[in-house]
Structures are given as structure tokens and as C-alpha cells.
Design a protein around this ligand. Structure first.
Ligand code: TXA
Ligand code: MG
Length: 316
């Protein structure tokens, strides 16, 4: 079921099936955007609510006008600067893009993934791929083919193996309204890098179910194990000392008798490395039958914002 056979993946996708797809951010659950059957399977397998639209994955920025219209100069500049890469743009959709992809909205979310296997696959298909992250609704996103296989088993015919995801957190999502660019989701492209190209970006309050960013639920990315995010891990450990604890720290391990396992995200205090390891660490700790996972908050800067966003949602 886990396989590197691109030809097999193509056969499944052309036959309106769905597969686990490697990207640089997280694994996706991918199908032909024009196949109602494939799209229905994506929603069913993922148990995703139908109000939550999907991201369209293109082989290159040159295909953007096939799915989106009224593309502003700012959107074009971003596509040029960051594609292929972990940036999703929400743009007005072309009329033939199915409502099932966009949840009936007039906009479509698009990106070009920066992963050699995904690009080789898209290159050989004559349709784009819709792909949400390949995890059941509200659980931790997958950053390896094994994570996807553990979630879905034989409910999907194949996970195309592209190794561990280099970025490890979902793409950053930018949309546009009458006042200019808006951030819908923090992600693995730091906001400051995007602002360097198009200037200041407003941040939507994504802690509610807003109609513009329907997927940004407060509870998301959640392990089965209780999850606590804190600036003061040592104090929290003291108060929970009768429990079996898994600990996540930024760069320095903390020794404490209640800690069964401590995972350091980046000994070099590098936020890129920390982001790339976050979900794998959460998956690992969640499999240890612990009472609680305690996580140290990252600096609120650069990718630290994205990591904190995910850990905050995991704690609800
Ligand atoms: O890195 C990623 O973006 C991964 C990989 C597989 O590409 N995909 C991903 O998909 O994270 P998903 O479905 O888990 O998250 C997509 C988010 C959802 O929150 C959804 O609501 C939002 O994008 N979205 C999709 N279409 C939208 C639209 N037209 N307007 C606003 N938000 C949209
Ligand atoms: Mg997701």
C-alpha cells in the first residue's frame, strides 16, 4: 500500500480513485478536481464537513489562469516569488471549478507544491489535484507515508511515498478582500517573508468559524492525549508530578521525574527545524499512552507563530 510507484498513482487517479500524496508541507489526500466521485471519497474518508473547501494543487504557476480569474498583481508577485512552495492563494474561481471543491464559494484555494514526487506526478496528469491534509478531521496532520497508512489503512488504495515532509507544517494561506491581502492561516512560509514582497498583511481572526476561512476551527491538529501549551513548563510539571507526562521543548531538555519522554524540537534553536519535526513528535508522544503532553511555547516570531498556532489548537 505504501509505494513509490508513480505509474500506479497515475492509474488510480485517472480511474477516479484517491491516494496519499507527499508534499513539502504535509501529506495530502489527493484526487482529480473534476471527478465528483474522487472528491466525494476525499470528504468521506477524511470525515470532513462539507462546508470546508479543498486546496487545488497545480503543476506550475503557468496553469493558474485555468482555475482562477481576476488575478491581482500582488497575487502574481507572490506566485512568482514562492511557487513551487508552501503558499496557498485564495482567488476568484473560474466558472468550471466544481462547487464541491470550493464548498460553493466564489473563490478557490491554489498552490504549487514543492516536492519532486508531487511535481513529477502532476506533470503527467491532465488535471489538477484537490488535496486536503491526509488526516481524519481535527487530528494531527501526517508528515510521513506511515502516518497516512496508520490513519486510513486499506480505505485508500495507495500512499505515494515521498519520504518525510521537509517543512512539516501546512502551507500559509493568503486571500484578498477589498482592503488588500489577508492572512487566513499561519503556515510554513513565515508571514514576514510574504510581507517582504507585497507589504503589510492583515491577520484575520482565525479563532472563529468565519465564512472567509471556513476551515480554521479552534480545535484542530489534536492528539488523543490531553495537550497543554505553556510559557512555564517547569511550573506545569511541578503541578502534574503524579502524572505520566510527555514533554515538548524548543531547544533544551528538561529533566523531571514525571517526564516519561522529552522531545526537543531543535537543539540549535532553529524554528524551521522545529516546524519540520513538530507533527512527527506529536504523533510519537500520542502513541505512548501518556496522561498529558506538555509543550513549551515557541518565541512569537517567524515560524514560531505558526508552531504556536498549531499547538494552541491542539490544546483545545
Ligand atoms: O500544506 C497544505 O496546504 C496541505 C497540503 C496537502 O497541500 N493541505 C492542507 O489542506 O492543509 P487542508 O484542507 O487541510 O487545509 C486547507 C485550508 C482549510 O482550512 C480550508 O478551509 C482553506 O484551506 N480553504 C480552502 N479553500 C478555501 C477558500 N476558497 N477560501 C478560504 N479558505 C479556503
Ligand atoms: Mg488539514
Amino acid at each position: 500500500m505504501i509505494s513509490t510507484d508513480i505509474s500506479q498513482a497515475i492509474r488510480i487517479l485517472q480511474g477516479e480513485g484517491i491516494i496519499g500524496l507527499p508534499t513539502e508541507t504535509v501529506y495530502g489526500l489527493a484526487g482529480n478536481i473534476f471527478s465528483e466521485k474522487a472528491i466525494r471519497q476525499i470528504y468521506e474518508v477524511k470525515q470532513r464537513p462539507h462546508f470546508n473547501p479543498l486546496i487545488v494543487h497545480l503543476k506550475s504557476a503557468g496553469d493558474l489562469e485555468k482555475v482562477a480569474r481576476d488575478i491581482s498583481q500582488q497575487a502574481q508577485d507572490l506566485a512568482e516569488a514562492f511557487w513551487p512552495g508552501p503558499l496557498t492563494l485564495v482567488l476568484k474561481k473560474q466558472p468550471h471549478i466544481p462547487d464541491s471543491i470550493t464548498a460553493g464559494k466564489d473563490t478557490v484555494a491554489v498552490r504549487v507544491p514543492n516536492h519532486p514526487t508531487a511535481l513529477a506526478l502532476l506533470e503527467q496528469l491532465d488535471f489538477p489535484l484537490a488535496a486536503p491534509s491526509a488526516n481524519p478531521f481535527s487530528t494531527i496532520s501526517p508528515t510521513s507515508a506511515q502516518h497516512v497508512a496508520q490513519y486510513f489503512g486499506d480505505r485508500i488504495p495507495m500512499v505515494l511515498d515521498g519520504g518525510a515532509c521537509k517543512r512539516g507544517i501546512e502551507s500559509t494561506i493568503i486571500g484578498f478582500d477589498e482592503h488588500g491581502p489577508v492572512l487566513y492561516r499561519h503556515g510554513s512560509l513565515a508571514l514576514a517573508e510574504i510581507e517582504r514582497i507585497i507589504g503589510p498583511i492583515r491577520i484575520k481572526n482565525t479563532n472563529n468559524q468565519s465564512p472567509e476561512a471556513p476551515g480554521m476551527l479552534l480545535k484542530h491538529y489534536s492528539p488523543k492525549t490531553k495537550f497543554i501549551l505553556t510559557d512555564q513548563p517547569i511550573e506545569v510539571l511541578e503541578n502534574l508530578s503524579d502524572q505520566k507526562i510527555g514533554l515538548i521543548t524548543f531547544h533544551t531538555p528538561i529533566n523531571h521525574s514525571a517526564v516519561i519522554r522529552c522531545e526537543v524540537l531543535s537543539e540549535q534553536a532553529n524554528l524551521e527545524e522545529a516546524a519540520s519535526r513538530l507533527y512527527a513528535v506529536m504523533h510519537r508522544l500520542d502513541s505512548l499512552e501518556l496522561d498529558v503532553i506538555v509543550a513549551e511555547r515557541m518565541p512569537n516570531d517567524g515560524l514560531g507563530l505558526s508552531i504556536n498556532d498549531r499547538m494552541q489548537r491542539a490544546s483545545f
